[in-house]
Design a protein around this ligand. Structure first.
Ligand code: ZN
Ligand code: ZN
Length: 409
């Protein structure tokens, strides 16, 4: 199969599996300018599927860099709130949301962490109205990735740039099931497997999960009335979508005040252009009270100070060590891929939809159930072939869920 065919198949998967686009729906797409060949193919598939209008917004890494190098110091609390309000309006009117990621993961690594943190904070705050439609699943949405040369160079530093980009594309195609005879059918079968795992966990009603491994002894209490999710989701507009292409995780909402113990990251976290490696934190009553990192510690500390919920958990996810992305042995420096290679936790905002009957609950009731609140949501990896996971019942009985990073249920 040639590259153009695979790229077209990826675009088709984005529209049919990722968005599950419904005829007559508008699409709001964001993409790096370098992803134009993929964005154009997605646009074609969206119109073929009956989209009423596809509107794309293109970003550019070099222009972002120009801001950090030349922007007035006092300007870093600025964000395009008007744009995000417009997007929120589109979602409120039923538009689907597609994001293409693939920016240079280390773009801002050499920039002032203070400026990066202020810019991120302003952006997160301005983005809230749009983000709320996404996290509450008012609409069908999906995010997939594009192999930019800058990203490819980071993933495969020892080969010529063309080779690196080609290798990264192959890895994206493989992880996105594009190589299968019928990618859409392969996604249906994969979704069935994730759904059966999610159903098992929902029936067990564990009070907590216990992670044990090198540098890790962590008990993550689960939110009251938590609901496990994974694979395709039915958005509140009734459309079935796959929010992440690829995806290998089942996940739920932890209790923001019931996390105890210490945990060590098992893969580097690439956060807004900075690599944070060797994270080691300790939790007390749900809050991180000690935090260290081998690299990027300053950025990590800034992240934890974002707001009151930034040092608490909003997600816990289980991924077997034998997942195809993990088996590829590639470190992608991209959460969308790396979080599907290992079990993980996320700092910050919880998904309301991972609480049973969330539609009928007040904000206060959701928070009381344990749903964390923050401007951030940052996943980092804590699973590996050396990590065991138990499910703990309310009475404290432990059941083995994973041994050596593999499901035993
Ligand atoms: Zn996750
Ligand atoms: Zn997450």
């Amino acid at each position: 199969m040639d590259f153009e065919t695979k790229l077209d198949r990826l675009a088709e998967v984005a529209v049919k599996v990722g968005l599950g686009l419904r005829a007559g729906q508008e699409v709001v797409m964001t993409a790096p300018i370098e992803a134009l060949p993929l964005a154009r193919r997605i646009t074609r598939h969206a119109y073929k599927a009956g989209a009423s209008l596809v509107t794309a917004f293109y970003g550019d890494d070099q222009s972002t860099l120009a801001r950090f190098e030349l922007g007035a110091p006092e300007s870093f609390d600025t964000a395009p709130a008007w744009l995000f309000e417009g997007m929120a309006k589109a979602y409120a009117n039923g538009a689907a949301r597609l994001a293409i990621a693939g920016e240079d993961p280390a773009l801002l690594a050499a920039q002032d962490p203070e400026k990066v943190s202020r810019a991120n904070r302003a952006r997160s705050k301005a983005y809230q109205p749009a983000l709320q439609h996404i996290v509450d699943f008012h609409i069908n949405w999906s995010i997939l990735s594009f192999a930019s040369p800058a990203w490819a160079k980071m993933v495969f530093p020892d080969v010529p740039l063309d080779t690196a980009t080609a290798k990264l594309w192959e890895a994206i195609f493989a992880a996105s099931r594009i190589d299968e005879a019928d990618p859409v059918a392969a996604w249906n079968a994969h979704n069935d497997r994730l759904h059966s795992r999610k159903t098992f966990l929902n029936e067990r009603r564990y009070a907590a999960l216990h992670f044990r491994g090198p540098g890790t002894d962590l008990t993550v209490g689960l939110a009251d009335g938590h609901e496990w999710a994974g694979g395709s989701e039915t958005a509140r507009n009734g459309v079935i979508c796959n929010p992440n292409i690829p995806t290998e995780e089942v996940f739920t909402t932890p209790h923001s005040h019931r996390v105890e113990g210490h945990v060590t990251s098992t893969k580097p976290l690439s956060y807004q252009g900075t690599l944070i490696e060797g994270i080691a934190v300790r939790f007390e009553a749900g809050r991180i009270v000690e935090a260290k990192a081998r690299t990027g510690e300053m950025v990590l500390r800034k992240v934890l100070e974002t707001d009151a919920g930034a040092a608490r958990l909003g997600e816990v996810a289980l991924v077997p060590n034998s997942s195809p992305i993990s088996k590829s042995g590639i470190l992608f420096y991209n959460t969308l891929f790396d979080e599907n290679a290992a079990s993980h936790i996320a700092l910050g905002q919880a998904y309301n939809k991972c609480i049973q009957g969330f539609e009928g609950l007040s904000e206060e009731a959701l928070v009381t159930a344990g749903a964390n609140r923050s401007l951030i949501h940052i996943d980092w990896m804590i699973g590996s072939g050396e990590v065991d996971v138990d499910g703990l019942s309310a009475a404290g009985t432990a059941e083995a869920l994973m041994r050596g990073g593999e499901w035993v249920i």
